[in-house]
Design a protein around this ligand. Structure first.
Ligand SMILES: [Zn+2]
Length: 168
């Protein structure tokens, strides 16, 4: 079972769940305050700290800074498992991820450049932009808001009650 750490902006807006090494990096640089913690301790350098459940940034950051926090699961949820080109509802094994601006043309893997696509549409689009391929997106991909809707809970994850204040 894993215990996650939720990161909030200075404004208490939910940014994302962050991995342990990022938790320590933020604590070490004194960039965060601990809002809530798990009952157990984690070793950190030579000392021990309570495993943080919620951290809040001391300085406000633009949300785009966390674009790197890409997750395939959250993307599929945002696009409701539907191909964003032909609208077909897809099963887990039919889903492919399309880079709107293709990687071959410098497109990166992020929420604003990736969409769910069926294999057929992905193949015919290939290394082209939608315009170059003569295809149209249903909607412009956006960064999902990290509400509970987008936090796909793993059965292996513990849920911290204090998260309910932020993930509704
Ligand atoms: Zn399709």
């Amino acid at each position: 079972m894993s215990k996650k750490t939720l990161l909030l902006n200075a404004s208490y807006e939910v940014l994302s769940f962050i991995p342990e090494r990022k938790v320590f990096k933020l604590l070490f640089k004194d960039k965060v305050e601990v809002i809530s913690a798990w009952d157990d301790f984690v070793t950190w350098g030579s000392g021990k700290v309570k495993h943080p459940a919620i951290l809040r940034l001391k300085n406000h950051v633009k949300r785009n800074y966390f674009n790197s926090n890409f997750s395939r699961k959250a993307l599929i949820k945002r696009d409701r498992s539907s191909c964003q080109y032909c609208g077909r509802k897809l099963t887990a094994s039919q889903i492919t991820i399309d880079h709107v601006m293709p990687r071959a043309q410098g497109g990166i893997t992020s929420f604003v450049n990736c969409v769910v696509s069926c294999q057929d549409c992905n193949n015919s689009k290939a290394d082209k932009t939608p315009e170059q391929a003569g295809m149209k997106l249903f909607k412009k991909p956006t960064h999902p808001s990290f509400s509970a809707n987008y936090y796909v809970a793993d059965p292996q994850d513990y849920w911290h009650a204090d998260w309910n204040d932020f993930l509704r």
